[in-house]
Design a protein around this ligand. Structure first.
Ligand code: RFL
Ligand code: PHB
Length: 393
């Protein structure tokens, strides 16, 4: 059986990019259908980002999905950089006037799904065999199967919000794209623990044995990371070894790391990746489908949300005034921010990790860089303004 339907904007992927776009369009009276190959439960349980820029938090509030974030989110006005066994605070409030909000990605997605459902939206989970077609015509379409029925969804535009491993980017002829990428010779071993956060703000540490990050999800749940080999076998790490390594890397005078039951652990690879252009005909790539940053700058989700703000603006301009100029400039507009965020994420990563091929000179240089960043107001301000989020174009 074959079912044919139509919408204005077809969205592939119900991650942060897809759901924010769908809700932004709805608020402007533009129709969309979201197709997602995982279940809603799976999407809402994946442990991922935790840091929202002020821009992202403000947007969620303006969209009417910020209520729980305002109640449960933890507003932070700084981070600590720790090296040589000493901590140094970067004061975001003093340096930029802004802060960040600690609120987990899975709650952002749950809030968005609730809002989309309340608005009667079509968000189709557990669809199979999604493919996109006729991208360079004015009538592109999405094909997929759901509950054994083949669907053909005709659209005016398609938003490829299907993450790094999605199908949208590979559907663009390879000759039409340029890929820029860099792999890092390490990964992050991340754990979620039933332990109160070590400090009221995040602590980024450089130690001779590698990077460690102490983050949090709530006043009772910590999120902790250790630099590890890119292909680290998590099975080789007992909970006690993880705590012991975290203790060693984050050690400081008169300070102890609160410990507790480890609820979840995993290894994440690190890469920088950008595809140019982010658009092909009537297909627009947004979020991780177009770019990946190493997580050290806490930027992936925020960048995904920034992309779809630009895309929503272009689509509104098209439907309200029949002007396509903003849409035609979509990739160019997004890439200016994307490259600045790439630079910042690469810089934070390079400053805070041990590279296997580096020598004692490099380590001294990294320590000098941290000393500079934490003692020069100009350098600290540069870190702070990037971390809390550069202004939207
Ligand atoms: P997502 O979240 O990957 O969503 C894509 C969605 O598309 C679906 N999909 C498909 N649907 C239909 N058909 C197909 N063929 C499909 N293929 C895939 C997927 O199931 C999924 O639901 O991409 P999006 O929306 O671009 O959002 C990107 C963010 O999720 C990502 O950048 C962040 O999680 C990165 N990130 C962080 N970002 C921050 O801003 N702040 C942080 O503190 C932060 N910490 C992190 C992070 C990512 C991490 N990991 C695990 C990669 C910490 C970690 C450890
Ligand atoms: C997190 O809490 O998961 C987190 C925080 C800061 C980062 C990356 C991840 O830079």
């Amino acid at each position: 059986m074959n079912k044919r339907t139509r919408t204005q904007v077809g969205i592939v992927g119900a991650g942060p990019a897809g759901l924010v776009l769908s809700h932004l369009l709805h608020l402007q009276g533009i129709e969309s259908v979201v197709v997602e190959n995982c279940s809603r439960k799976h999407v809402e349980e994946r442990v991922r980002a935790g840091v929202l820029e002020q821009n992202t938090a403000d947007l969620l509030t303006q969209m009417g999905v910020g209520e729980r974030m305002q109640q449960e989110g933890l507003v932070h006005y700084g981070i600590e950089l720790r090296f040589n066994g000493r901590g140094h605070r970067i004061d975001f409030k003093e340096l930029t006037g802004n802060g960040i909000v600690i609120y987990p990605q899975h709650k952002v997605l749950n809030d968005l799904n609730e809002a989309r459902i309340a608005a009667g939206a079509e968000v189709l989970f557990e669809v199979q065999d999604v493919s996109v077609h006729d991208l360079t015509t004015s009538t592109p379409l999405i094909r997929f199967r759901k509950d054994g029925i083949d669907h053909e969804l005709g659209c005016d535009f398609i938003a490829g919000c299907d993450g790094f491993h999605g199908i949208c980017r590979p559907s663009i002829p390879s000759g039409a794209l340029t890929v820029y990428e860099r792999d890092y010779p390490f990964g992050w071993l991340g754990v979620l623990a039933e332990a109160p956060p070590a400090s009221h703000e995040l602590i980024y540490t450089l130690h001779e044995r590698g990077f460690a990050l102490l983050s949090m999800r709530s006043p009772t749940i910590s999120r902790l990371y250790l630099q590890c080999k890119p292909d680290e076998d998590i099975g080789q790490w007992s909970d006690e070894q993880i705590w012991s390594e975290l203790r060693v890397r984050t050690a400081a005078e008169n300070w102890g790391l609160p410990e507790g039951r480890i609820l979840q652990k995993g290894v994440t690879g690190m890469r920088s990746f950008v595809v140019e252009s982010m658009q092909h005909g009537r297909l627009f790539l947004a979020g991780d489908s177009a770019h990946i940053v190493p997580p050290t700058g806490a930027k992936g989700l925020n960048l995904a949300v920034a992309d779809v703000q630009v895309l929503a603006r272009g689509l509104v301009e098209f439907y309200k005034n029949r002007h396509k100029a903003e849409l035609d400039r979509y990739s160019e507009t997004c890439l200016r921010r994307v490259w600045k965020v790439q630079r910042f994420s690469w810089w934070m990563t390079s400053m805070l990790h041990r590279f296997p091929d580096e020598n004692p000179f490099d380590y001294r240089r990294q320590l000098a860089e941290l000393d500079y960043v934490t003692s020069s107001q100009a350098a600290a301000k540069s870190l702070a303004e990037n971390y809390v989020g550069l202004p939207m174009d």
